[in-house]
Design a protein around this ligand. Structure first.
Ligand SMILES: [Mn+2]
Length: 452
């Protein structure tokens, strides 16, 4: 069976050990559970392609549905177990002959580096046994409601069997510790993320080279995603946004069903998922291959702001420092283009820029496109977290002038621009993982023609 783990079994074992060490800082003895997720029905008996929960993926590298990780630490002793679907070679519906090969109970321990494995159908007995051995249970509520209920029922059962005396005394969330670990990428992870960004960049370049007036946005998406698969990425990291003209002003535009016209700018926000890791790139280019003067003007202000933000990335600075750098330039642009007839200072102070850039400049990037991890300190929410070497974040300022926005001079209406790169925080400064994607007006116009 080809599991295609991105890293060695040893790496995943080390990740689990590291997590257990973190969790044991406050809890001597505990059990922790992590669920992979299940297949989800799209319609009738068709399912969406399965992709495991990212915490689960981080800890195993494996993407089998209906799988539960059990980690236990009692004093200095650790025990790891994994509940999987049993093998089934019958001719019945739902068997491997119908649905594909499974890892199974016998192969799982060695293949994934766990001490033991069990049939997921017997989870209740096993999980209750584990639970009754340690006073603290780590489980992340709110992601799988069905499992939240199962966990509560199991706790109840364990207590009932013990004549109502509490055995599970503390229920804690394992995610803050795990997400802090996930936030700092190793060089192995960075290599994969760089590749993810390179593959995504090729998709954007192909779109620039093939887009012609009269195509539908989804047909352009197909050109982008063709390069993803060609480059070894099985799935896009999220639903590709291909938004022409005024559609670009809808931040999470998903319809992708408009025909593109000459004279418009198209915005593509699309990233590949490579070995589980997301890239997230946004580029805008003219359908005709040439920017009009007002389009170019808006584009260059966003570009200037994006470059200023990237230059603000370095270890030790506040997470929001790049955002502030980006916003300052946008305020200058909004004033210079007379979109807001105020000085840049007033636009900044009164927050008027928010009318035309309603989103933040950055988010973490990793296994999840909006990778987990906090932006403000949990203990002091007025203080933002600092950037650290190994963090990967996006830098994506934008300006959006809706076609029906009467406040905006007519020449700029219907233009929506966002420019997004994936940036690694290095020991001294930054490294743009998506730098192979054209970004200046000159480079984009060159990439737009001649058409393939
Ligand atoms: Mn993004």
């Amino acid at each position: 069976m080809n599991l295609n783990l991105p890293f060695s079994v040893k790496t995943y074992r080390q990740r689990r050990d590291r997590l257990m060490k973190e969790l044991s800082k406050n809890e001597q003895s505990f059990t922790a559970f992590f669920w992979s997720g299940s297949e989800i029905v799209r319609n009738y008996d068709s399912h969406f392609p399965f992709r495991a929960n990212s915490d689960f993926l981080y800890l195993t590298g494996c993407s089998e549905p209906d799988t539960l990780i059990l980690l236990q630490k009692i004093g200095n002793k650790t025990r790891t177990s994994i509940g999987v679907r049993p093998r089934d070679l019958s001719h019945e519906r739902g068997s491997e002959i119908w649905e594909g090969e499974r890892l199974g109970v016998e192969r799982a321990p060695k293949a994934l580096g766990f001490d033991e494995a069990f049939d997921i159908h017997k989870v209740q007995t096993i999980a209750e046994k584990y639970m009754s051995q340690a006073p603290t249970l780590f489980w992340g509520f709110g992601e799988y409601p069905e499992w939240d209920q199962k966990i509560v029922a199991m706790i109840s059962k364990v207590h009932h069997n013990n004549r109502g005396i509490a055995i599970v005394k503390n229920i804690r969330d394992p995610r803050p510790a795990l997400h802090e670990i996930r936030k700092v990428k190793t060089s192995e992870e960075v290599a994969i993320m760089r590749r993810s960004a390179e593959v995504a960049a090729r998709g954007h370049i192909r779109a620039m080279r093939t887009t012609k007036a009269g195509q539908f946005e989804y047909q352009i998406a197909a050109e982008v995603e063709r390069e993803f698969k060609k480059g070894g990425s099985e799935f896009p990291a999220y639903g590709s946004i291909v938004a022409t003209g005024n559609n670009a002003c809808t931040l999470h535009y998903r319809a992708n069903n408009t025909k593109v016209k000459d004279g418009e700018i198209i915005l593509i926000d699309a990233g590949a998922e490579y070995q589980g890791y997301a890239s997230d790139i946004t580029r805008c280019y003219p359908i005709s291959g040439k920017f009009s003067p007002p389009q170019k003007e808006v584009y260059n202000w966003v570009l200037k702001s994006q470059i200023a933000a990237i230059k603000a990335v370095k270890p030790g600075v506040d997470f929001f420092k790049p955002h502030i750098a980006a916003v300052k330039v946008l305020c200058e642009g909004l004033s210079k283009m007379k979109i807001i007839k105020q000085s840049p200072k007033v636009i900044l102070k009164k927050g008027l820029w928010k009318n035309f850039m309603p989103h933040g400049t950055s988010h973490w990037l990793g296994l999840d496109v909006h990778d987990r991890g906090v932006y403000k300190r949990v203990e002091n929410p007025s203080e933002s977290v600092k950037l650290m070497p190994g963090n990967v974040l996006t830098i994506e300022p934008g300006l959006y002038f809706r076609k029906d926005d009467k406040r905006v001079p007519a020449a700029y209406r219907g233009i929506g621009i966002r420019i997004e790169d994936d940036v690694l925080v290095t020991k001294k400064s930054y490294d743009v993982l998506s730098e192979s994607c054209p970004k200046t007006v000159e480079d984009i116009e060159a990439a737009c023609g001649p058409k393939l």
